[in-house]
Design a protein around this ligand. Structure first.
Ligand SMILES: [Zn+2]
Length: 318
C-alpha cells in the first residue's frame, strides 16, 4: 500500500475521476471515489434511501470525500443511521470517524477483520510511514499525505464495526430490504457486498476494481471465486469499489480479463505480455485516463503478489 502511494507520488499519477456523481436509480446515489495526483484513492460510496434515513456503503479516505457524503445527507435532510464497510482498507473505512461525528447514532456494519489488520498489516503500514517521515528533507506534499494516513490510523476503534458481519443473508436495514453478501479471504479476510433487490443495484466494494484489480491483501484464487458469486446475483448495475458502474455484460468482460490475468501470471509468459493481455481484455472498461495507472499497478502486483508464491500462500491462509 505504501509502495503504491510512493510510486504514485513519484510518477504523478493521472488525476482521473472514473465515475460520475449522481442518482443511479430511485433512492440509490453514487458518491464516486477518485484518483488524484499525489494522493491515495478514495473508494466509491453508494447511498441507499431507507425509511426516513440513509444507508451509506463505504466512507472514503479523504475528508473531501466523506464531506461529500455528509453534504448529500444534508441536501436530503435525512440522518445516516447505517454505515456498511465493504472491507477494512483505508479508502473504504477512512471516513467512518468523520461520518460518525456528523451523524451520531449511525451504526457501522462490517467484518471484524479490521481489528486483526490494525495489529498486522496496518501496524506495519504505520511503521513504514513513520520511517519515511523520520528521514530528513522529505517531500513536503508526501509528508502531508502520510500524516493524513497516520491521522486515519489514529482513529483506531472509531473505524471498527458496531455490528460484526459474519455471514450473508437478507436483512431489513433502516426499513430497506437488502441482501448482504459475505466473502472470506478474497480481497481481505472479510469482504461485504450489498444487493438492493428493489433497484437491482449491487455494491461490490473492491471485489471489482478498475482500472485494474488491487491485490495488496488479496487471495487471487478466492477473489476469482467471489467474482463467480457476484455473477449469480440478479443485478442490473454493479458499482465497483473503484471505477464506473458496470452492466452484467461488463462484469463478464471483467471476469474474463481477471481469469486471463491469473492464468498468464501462473505461466511463463513475460510480465509485459500479461499486462498487455489485461489491457486488451479489459479495454472497454478502462478510460484512457486510467491506462497508465492500470499498467503501473499490474507491473507491481504481478511480481509483488501473483508471482510471489510465498506471499500468495500467506494471503490465502491469513
Ligand atoms: Zn479500494
Amino acid at each position: 500500500m505504501l509502495r503504491r502511494i510512493l510510486s504514485c507520488l513519484a510518477a504523478s499519477c493521472l488525476a482521473a475521476t472514473l465515475a460520475a456523481a449522481g442518482d443511479l436509480a430511485p433512492g440509490v446515489h453514487l458518491v464516486p471515489g477518485r484518483f488524484v495526483a499525489g494522493e491515495q484513492p478514495d473508494g466509491n460510496t453508494v447511498v441507499f434511501d431507507g425509511a426516513g434515513a440513509l444507508i451509506v456503503f463505504d466512507t472514503g479516505r479523504h475528508a473531501a470525500h466523506t464531506d461529500a457524503i455528509i453534504a448529500y445527507a444534508h441536501t436530503r435532510a435525512l440522518p445516516v443511521t447505517a454505515i456498511f464497510n465493504s472491507h477494512w482498507h483505508l479508502d473504504h473505512v477512512g471516513g467512518n470517524a468523520r461520518l460518525r461525528e456528523a451523524c451520531p447514532g449511525a451504526r457501522v456494519h462490517a467484518s471484524g477483520a479490521i481489528e486483526q489488520a490494525m495489529h498486522g498489516f496496518l501496524a506495519r503500514y504505520r511503521e513504514q510511514i513513520e520511517q519515511v517521515l523520520a528521514k530528513p528533507a522529505g517531500d513536503a506534499a508526501q509528508a502531508t499525505a502520510l500524516r493524513g494516513e497516520l491521522a486515519l490510523l489514529d482513529a483506531g476503534a472509531a473505524l471498527y464495526p458496531d455490528e460484526r458481519i459474519t455471514r450473508g443473508g437478507t436483512r431489513m436495514v433502516a426499513g430497506r430490504r437488502l441482501l448482504v453478501g459475505f466473502e472470506t479471504r478474497a480481497v481481505t479476510a472479510g469482504d461485504v457486498w450489498l444487493f438492493d433487490p428493489a433497484t437491482r443495484t449491487l455494491a461490490a466494494g473492491d471485489l471489482v476494481t478498475l482500472p485494474a484489480p488491487l491485490f495488496d491483501t488479496a487471495c487471487p484464487a478466492r477473489w476469482q471465486a467471489a467474482l463467480g458469486h457476484l455473477a449469480k446475483v440478479d443485478f442490473e448495475r454493479l458499482v465497483p469499489g473503484h471505477g464506473a458502474p458496470l452492466t452484467r455484460v461488463q462484469l463478464r468482460v471483467y471476469r474474463t480479463a481477471f481469469d486471463h490475468l491469473l492464468a498468464c501470471s501462473a505461466g511463463k509468459a513475460a510480465k509485459a505480455a500479461c499486462i498487455d493481455g489485461w489491457m486488451r481484455d479489459a479495454q472497454s472498461l478502462i478510460p484512457a485516463a486510467g491506462e497508465e495507472l492500470a499498467r503501473n499497478l499490474l507491473d507491481y502486483y504481478i511480481d509483488g503478489v501473483l508471482r510471489d508464491a510465498a506471499k500468495k500462500k500467506s494471503l490465502c491462509a491469513a
